[in-house]
Structures are given as C-alpha cells and as structure tokens.
Design a protein around this ligand. Structure first.
Ligand code: SF4
Length: 191
C-alpha cells in the first residue's frame, strides 16, 4: 500500500478512537496534515482550541507562525508532515497527562512507521520529552540534532511559546538555520 493510502486508512481508524478520556471533550480528532512522502516531520504536543475546532494541527496564530518559520527555511507546510503527540485537545490547553500520551502513542508511532521521515523536529518541551528523551531540557538542548531510533531529531521552541515570549525568537532563527542545513545534507527531495 502506498504511504498516502496507508495514512488515510490509519486516519479513518484514529478518527473513531476513544482510548483515553480526551475523547469526551474533543470536537475533532486532529490526526495530522501534510505530505505523506515528506522526509521532514514536525511533532507538537497536542491540539489547541482552533485545532480542535478545525481538525487540523497548527492553525490560528501559532500555526501562522509555524508557516512563517517554514518560509524562513524555504519550505511550505504542504512539503512537510505535521502531527501531535496527542490527537485530541486537553481541556483548557493543559499539558497532556502521561496516561493520555501513553494511550495515544501508538497512533504517532504508526504515522512515523508509514512516513519514515529522515528528520524529526519536536515543537516544544512535551513533544521533545515524548520523542527524544524524557529528561529533555528544551532551554538547553533546543537546536541540537541527535539520533533517535535511527532518525535525526531535534527540538525547537513551540510557536505558541514564541508568541508568548518573543525574546526566544533569535535562538529559534539559529535553530531553523541548523535545520535547513541538516535537511539539505540528508534529505534528497526537500530542496
Ligand atoms: S487523545 Fe489519542 S488516545 Fe486519546 S482519544 Fe484521542 S486519539 Fe484516542
């Protein structure tokens, strides 16, 4: 089965998921969006209000900033794949609980298994702790690539954090330049 069809089949299954209590308050399951063939995957923590209402990750102000960040490295949203650690919105945008992340994990793992990205960028502390290392320190370790299960992975600040604290933006610009350089080095189809 092609990646696109495999991902569509997985999404159809995921849309009916009720494996954790977040299913009770969600409007939509926010599965993921983008190019199933992409070599670059972004992973955030979970849907916010706009994402929950629209069923798409990273819409609203944080999504616009993510689009701008992609533009800085000469990419468009359609060229990458974007997903979250949990697919349903935690109430009042609280951090997803450990048990919610654990229940949802197999969906993200299955997405990764189908897409097989060469590079993963975690957006924010929660995603970095889930994907890279449980003790990941976003303030100290953002922008540094490491090998995680055979994939090059790094983290940068979540766009929502950059909206709250613009003083982090210069560091994120450097991280984006690092990402572009690594993507040019190991991805064959992005640039
Ligand atoms: S957050 Fe994940 S595990 Fe929980 S109901 Fe939604 S899709 Fe299922």
């Amino acid at each position: 089965m092609e990646k696109k069809e495999a991902l569509q089949a997985l999404q159809a299954e995921c849309l009916g998921c009720r494996e954790c209590p977040l299913s009770q308050s969600r409007h939509n399951v926010v599965f993921g969006v983008g190019d199933p063939e992409s070599e670059l995957m972004f992973i955030g923590e979970g849907p916010g209000e706009n994402e929950d209402l629209q069923g798409e990750p990273f819409v609203g102000a944080a999504g616009k900033l993510l689009d701008d960040m992609l533009e800085m490295i000469d990419l468009r949203r359609q060229q990458v794949y974007i997903a979250n650690v949990v697919k349903c919105r935690p109430p009042r945008n609280r951090d997803p609980l450990g048990e919610e992340q654990a229940a949802c994990r197999h969906w993200l793992d299955a997405q990764r298994e189908i897409i097989r990205p060469k590079l993963i960028v975690c957006l924010g502390r929660i995603a970095a702790a889930a994907v890279i290392r449980s003790d990941f320190r976003i303030t100290r370790e953002h922008g540094q690539f490491e090998d995680v299960d055979g994939v090059r992975a790094m983290a940068m600040y979540h766009p929502a954090a950059l909206l709250r604290d613009p003083s982090k933006r210069p560091e994120t610009f450097v991280d984006l330049m690092t990402l572009r350089s690594e993507a040019r080095r190991i991805c064959q189809h992005l640039y």
